[in-house]
Every structure is written in structure tokens, then in C-alpha cells.
Design a protein around this ligand. Sequence first.
Ligand SMILES: C[S@@+](CC[C@H](N)C(=O)[O-])C[C@H]1O[C@@H](n2cnc3c(N)ncnc32)[C@H](O)[C@@H]1O
Length: 256
Amino acid sequence: MSYLYLVGLGLSKRFLTKKAMDYLKDSDLIYFDTYTSFSCDLSAESLEELIGKRVIPATRALLETGFKEIMSHLESGKNVAIASVGDPVIATTHVSLAVEAKNRGHEVVVVPGVSVHCYIISKSMLSSYKFGRSVTVVYPYNDVIDYAPYYVVKENREHGLHTIVYLDVKDGKFMDAREALTYLMKMEEKRKENVISREDVVVVGQRLGCDDEKVIAKTVKDVLEGNLDLSPPPHIIIIPARNLHYMEVEALKCLH
Ligand SMILES: C[S@@+](CC[C@H](N)C(=O)[O-])C[C@H]1O[C@@H](n2cnc3c(N)ncnc32)[C@H](O)[C@@H]1O
């Protein structure tokens, strides 16, 4: 029996916990998840320097479909760590790896990390009790737009809930907040179900956890028309509920 460690690194070096470091140091093989998220200062190379051990960059193919490689290391008695930026289980696909390892008789240890999910809720100061399903805006595939985010926002808003919107990563390119809102407004133009308007205020989190992070509340119109200097990605968006508590309204006014 071996150990599979799913280790959350937090959003940047400053969020690395001692527990994460201990588990990484205890591992015979360390993979760094290069596709579910991105950090300003965490990479396979920077992690190698921090722990003084070889760190293998792991692609989507390796972690999602080709996980035979990881299972064969576990089977040969090696402890394997998958290190992810943020939390290793929130908005990632590593659960299937954990289940597979467990079914083969190995132990699985999840080491939580500071996730962008909690971070943006905290920084937005919106009520954490009022968040509905999260969703990702993805790049169109063969020119076909995925309307799922539009309908998740719709459902959440119908229930008076806020929506966390993650943005797609494709071939190493991170979608930015302006692109994501452009897609959502295109969906509104097509479906006209009054889900999102140019006058709505949204929260845009940029490079969270980095020294140059920004958390700003602006109208969709301001973001689309460039009245907000966007830093390079990663970005995340909150589309708040329409019926905000007066304290939430005041809190959003502080985000500028
Ligand atoms: C699929 S989620 C993975 C979340 C990760 N497992 C975690 O717990 O933080 C990745 C998306 O979150 C957003 N994101 C991740 N890190 C971010 C950061 N530091 N600042 C802003 N947005 C970020 C981006 O939209 C990115 O495409």
C-alpha cells in the first residue's frame, strides 16, 4: 500500500502551508498540476527550489486520462503527490484519481490549500451564505457557444444567489474578465432572458494572492468599455444576486 497525496499549494508562495511542505517532502514523486490553475510565482521549477526535490510538470492528459502512470508508481510502493495551485479538490478533476487509488487499496490524503473560491468570497465581502452553483465560461468549441454559464447565473439569480464564474484555460491561454463578460453578453443578446445587463455590477478578482492583486466592483459596461485597467490573468468574476442586502451594497462600494 502506498500514499497518494493531493496537496493544495494555495494561490502563491506566501500561502504554502507547513503541512503542504511536509507532505511534499515525504513524497517519492511529485507532480505539479499545470492545467487546472495558475499562479504568479508557483511553478514546477519554483517548487523544486523550495523543496529541493525533482518536480514533474503534469498535463491534463496525464492527470485525467493517462493516470496509469501514477497508479503504476503507487503499485511499485512509491508515495506520489499531486500538487495543485489553490485547493487540490475545489474546481479540479482530481477526485477520479483519488477514487481510483483508493479502490486499488492505497491511502489518499487531501491537504487543503487556500482556494481562489474562498479567497474571492472573502475579498468580495458578499455574504458567504448566498453563493449558488459556480460555473466556468469556456471558449467556444468549433464556434459553438456553451450557454451553461448563462443558465447557472439565471438559476442563481432567481434564487437570490451570487455566482462565482471561473474562466477557461485553453492551450496555456487564460480567458480574461473582459472576454468572459463579452461571451455572457452575447448569450444575453441571443436568449434575451434578462439574466445579465450592462448596468449590473460585477466583482472582478485579478491575480489573487499575488502582490499586485486587485478586487474591483464595476458595471459590466465599465469592464467591457475598458474603464477598468485589467492586469494580466488569472481573473475570476462574481455576478452578485440582484437583491443585495444593504450591507452588501455598502461592501461593494468599498471595492474600487
Ligand atoms: C478551475 S479553477 C481551479 C481552482 C483551484 N483548484 C483553487 O482551488 O484555487 C481555475 C480558475 O480560477 C481562476 N483563478 C485561479 N487562480 C486565480 C487567481 N490567483 N486570481 C484570479 N483568478 C484565479 C481562473 O479563472 C482560473 O481559470
